[in-house]
Design a protein around this ligand. Structure first.
Ligand code: PEP
Ligand code: MN
Length: 293
């Protein structure tokens, strides 16, 4: 590693690559993230209704997603926006898992809810707004569940790594780093997708990196291009928002893909994933061990 970076990242030795640890492979139910298989997490921003959730789960599973995303506890930009169904939303997610076999990722926004959310989720999402909430990170880490750590919108790469270090130091090695766009002077898009961060993280850290083109772009027509760029930069997986009727979504409709748009995006990703000699598609007929590293 370059000398300047060695100093910059001196506080986070556990998350940096070393001769002993070049790659962390995170086990999720019967597959892995960070190994040979490229993994897609997809679903609505918020869990709204069972009909909405199940339709989306079936649609994304058919096109190769392995993980269903959906917020039950929502950190919102406006205090007057829908804040999520809470426990009821978690129950809907777990019913969707039973029905489709998809693993579940959902956000936890308070340390008081960690136990509850961990009872339902396969992966705990720590959102941008909470990336530096160390109390929440410690509690989430101790749940033993894999953690998707989203980069704060004004956090540097080293800030992100400091938060990941907190999770590792609390006995949980299964952290995935997520680039979801940062705030810059540019206002054309919701955030600025920092693809450089993905390339840097893949060079310096052994942790898997997940790209979130949805929150980076803010507009659905940009999402497929950002997804392809994320893959090309070396991301191990994607998290993307999909909705049966994006214009009627209760949150983040502008950036949510319709089912057709999701299908087209997944098709357009194939050559990029192939370049990384990875696979996008998994069906329930596939031997489970095929995804192993
Ligand atoms: C989300 O995933 O819906 C979300 C709120 O993400 P972020 O924390 O990146 O804004
Ligand atoms: Mn969202």
């Amino acid at each position: 590693m370059r000398e300047g970076w060695r100093n910059l990242f001196a506080e986070t030795p556990s998350v940096l690559k070393s001769p002993e640890r070049s790659k962390t492979i995170v086990p999720i139910r019967d597959f892995f993230i960070g190994g040979d298989a490229f993994v897609t997490m997809a679903g609505p921003c918020s869990v709204e209704t069972e009909t909405q959730l199940f339709a989306t789960a079936n649609a994304v599973r058919r096109k190769g997603a392995r993980i269903l995303r959906g917020g039950a506890f929502k950190p919102r930009s406006s205090p007057y926006s829908f804040q999520g169904h809470g426990h009821e939303g978690l129950k809907m997610l777990s019913r969707a898992r039973e029905e489709t076999g998809l693993a579940i990722i959902t956000e936890v926004i308070s340390e008081n809810d960690v136990e509850l959310v961990a009872r339902y989720a396969d992966i705990l999402q720590i959102g941008s707004r909470n990336m530096e909430n160390f109390t929440l990170l410690e509690k989430a880490a101790r749940s033993g569940k894999p953690i998707l750590l989203k980069r704060g919108m004004v956090a540097t790469v080293s800030d992100l790594l400091r938060s990941a270090e907190v999770v590792l130091n609390n006995g949980n090695p299964h952290v995935m780093l997520c680039e979801r766009g940062i705030r810059t002077f540019e206002t054309t898009t919701r955030n600025t997708f920092d693809v450089t961060a993905i390339a840097v993280l893949k060079q310096i850290s052994h942790l898997p990196v997940i790209a979130d083109p949805s929150h980076a772009a803010g507009y659905r027509e940009l999402v497929p291009a950002l997804a392809r760029i994320g893959v090309a930069a070396g991301a191990d997986g994607l998290i993307v928002e999909v909705h049966p009727e994006p214009d009627r979504a209760w949150s983040d409709g502008d950036q949510s893909l319709s089912f057709t748009e999701f299908d087209e995006m997944m098709d357009s990703l194939e050559p990029y994933v192939a370049l990384q000699s990875r696979k996008t598609k998994h069906t329930s007929h596939e031997p489970k061990l095929e995804a192993l590293v």
